[in-house]
Design a protein around this ligand. Structure first.
Ligand code: MG
Length: 286
């Protein structure tokens, strides 16, 4: 099942995507967050909807598929991306995943513009990431049961201001939290449609030119391991999202980095899910 948040009459509505049409389910649930919180019972109810007279998907504007309660992220999770970043500074391979978060004001929809923030950064970079949406809450979740706590998957672009990252002590929060720097979507694909999250392709393109291409089986810490470790002593809640790290090919790793500039179009794609397509726009934010 594919769940979207779309705009109708100026309001955000939850919708179900079938055959490239969107069925408004706003009479049953006020938001996709409510569906995520109710979990399997909500999905059962939505499966019974027979009305297929939706609006063509191409005619609606999509918002972020849900309003995340937290945006958790993973640092180095693909060996070659680690090599193009941390290994340049002689860091050794980690035994544990590096976690950080992005501010909630970063979230934008799958086709919204990414602000260039040229007044604070001159090294805006893209990072395509398989993104997990947490459903059932849990703390200290065993790895074997971790996927049961996943409601579904979406695509994220962990847009990062590298110079801001570096000048604030090398920590990640500030450089990854500029307004509008976390496109999410285009929808949430429920877990039942992706039985193995380690068999997906992740690709990014800038102005049609491929920059990143990898597969999730190359993750150093697979999804179940990430969910388990992140939840150690820390409750994960419905609506929390987890960006699972990006593969090699970011601008930062190039000999002469080709950072994002106003007018650039960034596409981030994960197979079996979909594609984000965001233009970089001059200016400070939404
Ligand atoms: Mg990232």
């Amino acid at each position: 099942m594919r769940l979207v948040t779309f705009y109708s009459g100026g309001r955000a509505r939850p919708g179900l995507v079938r055959d490239d049409r969107v069925t408004d389910v706003g009479s049953l649930y006020s938001s996709v967050n409510d569906i995520v919180a109710e979990g399997e019972a909500a999905l059962e109810r939505l499966r019974e909807i027979e009305d297929t007279s939706g609006v063509p998907l191409a005619e609606v504007r999509l918002g972020p598929p849900l309003v995340p309660s937290n945006i958790f992220c993973v640092g180095w999770n693909y060996l070659k991306h680690f090599q193009e970043g941390a290994m340049q500074r002689d860091e050794k391979l980690p035994d544990h995943p590096a976690f950080f978060s992005k501010a909630l004001g970063t979230v934008i929809g799958p086709s919204d513009d990414i602000p260039a923030h040229s007044d604070v950064t001159s090294s805006l970079d893209y990072e395509v990431e398989l993104t997990v949406v947490i459903g059932a809450p849990g703390r200290s979740i065993a790895q074997e049961r971790a996927l049961e706590h996943v409601f579904g998957y979406t695509v994220g672009n962990d847009v990062s201001a590298r110079d801001v990252q570096r000048r604030h002590g090398g920590q990640w929060l500030k450089g990854k939290s500029l307004d509008g720097t976390c496109p999410l979507g285009p929808w949430i694909v429920t877990r039942d449609e992706i039985p193995d999250p380690q068999k997906l392709e992740v690709v990014s393109r800038v102005n049609g030119e491929e920059r990143q291409r990898s597969t999730t089986d190359l993750m150093m810490f697979p999804v179940a391991d990430l969910v388990s470790r992140l939840s150690e002593g820390m409750t994960l809640r419905p609506g929390d999202v987890l960006l699972t790290g990006t593969p090699e090919g970011v601008a930062m790793g190039m000999e002469v980095p080709r950072y994002l500039a106003p007018g650039d179009v960034v596409e981030c794609e994960v197979s079996s899910i979909g594609t984000l397509r965001n233009e970089v726009r001059a200016g400070p934010g939404p």
